[in-house]
Ligand binder design. Sequence first.
Ligand SMILES: [Zn+2]
Length: 666
Amino acid sequence: MRPTLGLLLFSLLIPCARPEGPVAWMREGIVAASDMEALTFVLRRGGESADAVREWHAERSEEEVRRMKELGVNLVIVNLHKGAGLKAEAEDIEATRRFTELAHRYGIKVAGYVGSSMMYETFFREEPAARDWRQVDEFGRPIYYTAEQTFRYMACRNNPGYLAFLRKVLRLGIQDLKLDVIHFDQMQWWPEPLSCRCRYCQEQFREFLAQRYGDPARARRRFGFSGFEEVIPPPFGLTAPPVRLAELRNPLMQEWTLFRAASIARRYGELGDYIRSLNPAAAMIGNPTLSQESNQGFVYGVDLQQLLEHGDGVWTEEPNLPQWTADGRLVSQIRSYKAARAMGQTLFVWQSLAGYESYQKSPEVLRLAEALAYNDANLGVVAGGDAGGNNPSEETRRYIRFFRSHIADLRHTTPVADAAVLRSFASTQFNPSQSNFSTVLFEQTLIQSRVPWGIVFDRHLSDLARYKVLVLADQDALSDDEVAEIRRFVANGGGLVATQNTAAMTEWRTRRERSALADLYGQPRVVYLSSIEAAAPAPPPQMNYTIPNALWKLPRNAASLTEAVRRAAGGALSLRVQAPEWVTAELADQPATHTRLLHLINFRYREPLRDIPVEVRLARGTRLREAIVVTPDGPPQTLQPSTSGDTVSFRVPLLKVYDLVLLRTQ
Ligand SMILES: [Zn+2]
């Protein structure tokens, strides 16, 4: 729960698909409940309910399991090991053992939470060696969880002793307790200057450098010297956080960022492999910080293209719960859904989270609609103690019923995207106030103009064939190899929209004489835009950077951006919906049934929309057989489509909150 490149060169060489792929049952439809904290921790933390002990046990009773079953829950996340020690948490773990047996009898799968902190007051009694497992700062001082929870030291996942302990926890959870899923919290580093600098991190950083820059000439070109024996992780502690650098130019600071991202991804992958070795049907999910409005690759070492190569699902706890705000902004978690799907992951969201005020501002139905429209058949956490109990509102129940009764349409789908928006690591992470700001605004434009789009990361540049257009929104730092991939895409008929300083620098952020793509600008399907006219200025540059959703206003030249994408696509896009800018659309295919799905969400859900004109292009060689609209907001609606060439036109009679249009073809 919240407190609350990449080996760029390497990553381009590694195939995207995981050798084994995700665990199959996780793709059949998830409705989750959660009560993931160990009672030991709840009591140590303080601020709990006066009745916490009874409530905690009640949540694990057969009566509650039955209620969850009736609701349609099929996965429950409970405690495995928070961090107090296996003996200190023994009673909590026994409760999980009993709960898992019970849940399995009802056909419900169970996930076990594994934290990454050490509650030393008990943990060090049980594991005296654990004093050496702590994350430490550059002065050797321990890194705590938060300013309030100073009873928790962060443990280092690069430490072999801690990894051996984690394997013990996993054996207990998978083999002994028969858990179906392991949920790792805090799958990230802490922000600078609090990223771990223990001797293992230091040694492994030097090895990382030696591996990448073994050639002395290359090392000298990169750093001005070669040989890394005396290198330490670059200190960031000279200025108080946030890190007051406008962009990251120091090559060792860049490499340290890449190391943090590569090492956490590697450990996550190793833990996943270990879980699979214990039970091939067991899944792994993780909770990094997924907020792409931040440069989370630098801040938390979370490089989604590396990290999400592993595991079966990923959490978001971002502050972007869907809403249409009074000042006319569309706030959503759409970026997270799209990043997860780009990496073949299903996204875990909190549909309800007890005690968090932000949940009162965001309408419940919009959160549910977003999961229906954008997720890979996963409605998120709808019940359980963390979500405020097993008695959700009638609206939530209605959406769960809809999800379950239409699961055959919602699972095994692939998003259809005309435009791919690149999130280059060396650009968005190292120059966030420009590159990430432009990216966020371009994405916002595509969301609100309903252009079908997807997120791609550096490694996807070699595989763009399914897109019509690549969007480079001020992706200022691209390697020569990446530039070559982009040129190949354009030469093969792909469209390109580039803005501002795109490709002006290499992935090391060394300056080129001019953009490496400049000679393409002016070709028929290549559009260059010198600016994205933000409606509100970017926050001042710094390295721990966030573009809060208060700034997610459509840029003043949003229409030019959309038009540029249309032009670069060389004609009609796959979708045209004539609706106001508070309506979003997601297009997907279900290959097995030859169905094209159109999801529509009305963010001003209190004002229903009628007779919305829609044009959808069907996949080549298919013919429309049937078109219907289903929705949790009312009865199914019939459509009267007309077909012209490969385009189907119709009007959606009524959109309250969420509609699913099913275009069945043959
Ligand atoms: Zn460390």
